[in-house]
Design a protein. Structure first.
Length: 381
C-alpha cells in the first residue's frame, strides 16, 4: 500500500493477526460563500494529503495507510478539519456531493494525461468532469488477493449506501447520478474501461485483462492522433483503466472506486465494513454460487456475476429504495440502517435551478462542517 509511514501504523503484539491496512481518497467540490464553484487555491496547503484534481473546482483529501478504523478516522478528520479551518478563513466551503447538481461548464486543468483521455473517450469525457467520488484501498491479503478482488466485485452494489446526488446539469438522472455518468454515459463507447469487470480466476487472468484493455486504449489513442510515446509516458496497463474494482499492484491493495463523495463518517464506515470482510476472507471459504449471496460465519458466498450486475443497476437507479438490494447488502454483512445516503434528501423533483443548486451546495457544505465538529469529542476521548 505504498511506502508512506504515518502515525496510523502500530506495533502488533506477538501471536496477533496482522492488522489490515486501509486508506481513503475523497473528493469535494470547493465553493465560495455564495455557493459558486471555485478553485481550491490556498486550501491545497492546509493539510498533508490535500491535492488538486483534474478539474478546477475539486479538491482531493487522502489519508495514509492506517492499521485500524480509529486511526483512519482520526487522520481523515484531522486532514478534512484542517482544510475546513482554512476554508472558513477564506469564505470557502467543501461540498460532499457526487455532482455539483447544476453546472454547465467545469474547466479541466491542462495536462497531457487529460488531453489523451479526452482523445480516447471523446465528447463523452465531459460527463466525468461533473463527478466527485471516494476511493477505498484495502491491503491485499497474501494468498487471498483474488478472493478479495472477487468479494469487492460482489460488494460493488454497496455504492448505494452513500449515493449523494441524483442530478446532472439540473436534471434528475438516477439515485446515483455519478455512477450512471461514469458507467452508462462517459464510457459507453469503451465499456471495458469504465464498467464493472467479471470475477477473476487468478492473478494471471487479471493481468491478461489489463494488457488487453491497455492495447485497446493504445489503439483508440493512436487512432485519435495521439503519439504512442506520449501515451506510454502517461499510462501503463494499471493506470489506463477506470473499472470500479481494481487489483492494484502499485499499492498492494484492492481498490474500490465506486462510492460517491460523502461525509467522512460515512466513508470511514464503508472502509471499516470492507476491512471487516477482508478479515473474514483470511479464514473463510469463498465461493461463487447462485443469485443471493451471503457472508456468514466462516463462509462467504458470492452471487453469480449476472446477479451482481442486477444489484448494481438497482443501486444506481433506485438506491436503498430497492428492497431486494437492501436485503442483499444485509446478507453481505452491511448494517444498511447505519447509513444515511443524501440522494433521497436532495431529490427535489425532475429539475433543479442554478440558484437552488447553489443553495443546496451551501447546505451540504454546512452538513460536512457539522460532521467534522461532531467528531471532535470522539477524537478527544
Amino acid at each position: 500500500m505504498g511506502t508512506n509511514v504515518s502515525r496510523c501504523e502500530v506495533t502488533v503484539p506477538p501471536h496477533q493477526p496482522e492488522p489490515i491496512r486501509r486508506s481513503i481518497e475523497v473528493e469535494y467540490w470547493v465553493i465560495d460563500d455564495q455557493g459558486r464553484l471555485v478553485e481550491p487555491g490556498e486550501l491545497l496547503e492546509a493539510s498533508p494529503g490535500a491535492e488538486e484534481e483534474f478539474v478546477e473546482p475539486l479538491i482531493e483529501i487522502k489519508t495514509t495507510p492506517c492499521e485500524s478504523t480509529a486511526a483512519l478516522r482520526d487522520e481523515l478528520y484531522e486532514r478534512v478539519g484542517a482544510v475546513l479551518q482554512r476554508a472558513d478563513e477564506l469564505d470557502r466551503g467543501l461540498v460532499p456531493l457526487a455532482t455539483p447538481v447544476n453546472q454547465d461548464d467545469i474547466r479541466e486543468r491542462e495536462s497531457e494525461r487529460t488531453r489523451i483521455q479526452n482523445a480516447v473517450v471523446g465528447e463523452d469525457f465531459a460527463y466525468v468532469r461533473h463527478c466527485a467520488g471516494t476511493h477505498v484501498h484495502v491491503e491485499q491479503q497474501p494468498g487471498r488477493a483474488i478472493d478479495q478482488l472477487n468479494a469487492f466485485i460482489a460488494l460493488d452494489p454497496a455504492l448505494a449506501l452513500v449515493n449523494s446526488s441524483p442530478y446532472f446539469r439540473g436534471r434528475r438522472l438516477a439515485d446515483g447520478a455519478r455512477s450512471k455518468l461514469y458507467r452508462w454515459m462517459a464510457y459507453d463507447d469503451v465499456p471495458h474501461q469504465g464498467r464493472l469487470w467479471p470475477y477473476a480466476n487468478d492473478a494471471d487472468e487479471w493481468t491478461r485483462r489489463l494488457e488487453r484493455r491497455y492495447e485497446e486504449f493504445l489503439t483508440a489513442a493512436t487512432d485519435a492522433g495521439v503519439d504512442r510515446r506520449a501515451i506510454a509516458s502517461g499510462f501503463d496497463p494499471e493506470s489506463a483503466v477506470w473499472t470500479p474494482v481494481q487489483l492494484r499492484e502499485e499499492f498492494g491493495t484492492v481498490e474500490w472506486r465506486s462510492p460517491d463523495a460523502a461525509l467522512p463518517s460515512q466513508v470511514v464506515r464503508l472502509a471499516d465494513d470492507l476491512a471487516g470482510v477482508v478479515e473474514r476472507i483470511r479464514g473463510a471459504d469463498v465461493r461463487i454460487e447462485g443469485d443471493s449471496g451471503r457472508v456468514e460465519g466462516d463462509e462467504i458466498v458470492l452471487p453469480e456475476f449476472d446477479s451482481v450486475i442486477e444489484y448494481v443497476n438497482a443501486a444506481i437507479r433506485d438506491g436503498l429504495a430497492d428492497l431486494e438490494l437492501r436485503a442483499y447488502l444485509d446478507r453481505m454483512g452491511f448494517d444498511v440502517d447505519a447509513y444515511d445516503p443524501v440522494s433521497p434528501k436532495t431529490d427535489h423533483g425532475r429539475t433543479v435551478s442554478p440558484d437552488a443548486a447553489r443553495r443546496l451546495r451551501l447546505e451540504q457544505a454546512e452538513r460536512l462542517e457539522r460532521d467534522v465538529l461532531q467528531a471532535e469529542p470522539m477524537r478527544s476521548d
